[in-house]
Design a protein around this ligand. Sequence first.
Ligand SMILES: Cc1ncc(COP(=O)(O)O)c(C=O)c1O
Length: 360
Amino acid sequence: MNLDNYIRKHIKNIPFYEGVDPSIKLAEESGILPEDIIKLNANENPFGKTLALGENLSSINIHEYPDPNQKLLRKSLSKYTGKKIDQLVAGSGSDELIDILIRIFLDQGDKLIDAQPTFGMYEFFAKIQGANVVSVPRDENFNLDLESILNQIDKSTKMIFLASPNNPTGNLASLKEIKTLLESELIVVVDETYFEFANKSYSGLIDDYENLVILRSFSKWAGLAGLRIGYAISNPKLIQRMLLIKQPYNINSAAEQVAILAMNKKKNLLTKVEILIEQKELIFEFLKNKKGLKAYPSSANFILCDFGQYDSNDVFNQLAQKGIFVRKFSNKLISNCLRISSGTPDQTGKLLQVLDNIIS
Ligand SMILES: Cc1ncc(COP(=O)(O)O)c(C=O)c1O
């Protein structure tokens, strides 16, 4: 039997998504002690486990399935976001919500637009669905090229995905841009995974536009990337549809419990967010003042920098030798760029010291 003959044709051609390695693997491969690894490659929260989980986790009924309707979680989300319970649904990371939305709206051959460089999962899930992805390049400062986007819209175009702030460039979409796209009657997904760092949201538009979906995450601001939890805000009709087609038990009991805890402790967590914003600004100022480099201003918890006359691969390797891991890209639009996530103040100190030696 030849398994290849059974696999759907379009599935064979999907480029895999390059996820990042956990710090244990980075330590193993580099020979550096795990506690000396500075992991600035996935926009995670470097403060680690700041929530006291002990009692909370031991009270979970792990022998029972979690609530398919996410009642307690959605109630907490409602309090946290100021939206109604029927305007909210949780997913296993915002990643799962991207997948659910694509499966609801895209048939094979339908068109999805994104604006490159951007988060790779929109394209990844759309291709698995057999949809066509049209990637419209952003301008030289990575703002949207709205005219080119509008020119791409035709009868088969169903969805557009915009991250605001955008990963990996850090910039926000403007109200005018979002409204123009909403008026074009596509399903507009605004991915606000970095909302708590930017403090700017388009969720206020959901009562006016049935075609708007906002995505959020607990991975970054709340430091829960490993538990996989995010949520969508949209109109009750679409939220109901998402609830109907999601896996019934998509949010595991630990994720549910800890996300509620994070919302109850938001004051504490948001002080860490403030520190990370300060660290990001320090990294930006440092890079901006280095001759020949171009650092892009960012509303998220990372900075993208074009290393100009320096070879970014070389910078990447030299940082890695010192235990500092950042993100590099195969995307041609940012091939000489690195993305550096905000770390703790200690980590920033070490990062800037090492970078200063590399870029003299
Ligand atoms: C723009 C954007 N959207 C979604 C995600 C996925 O987030 P989650 O961990 O909630 O799945 C990321 C993660 O890096 C991201 O950068």
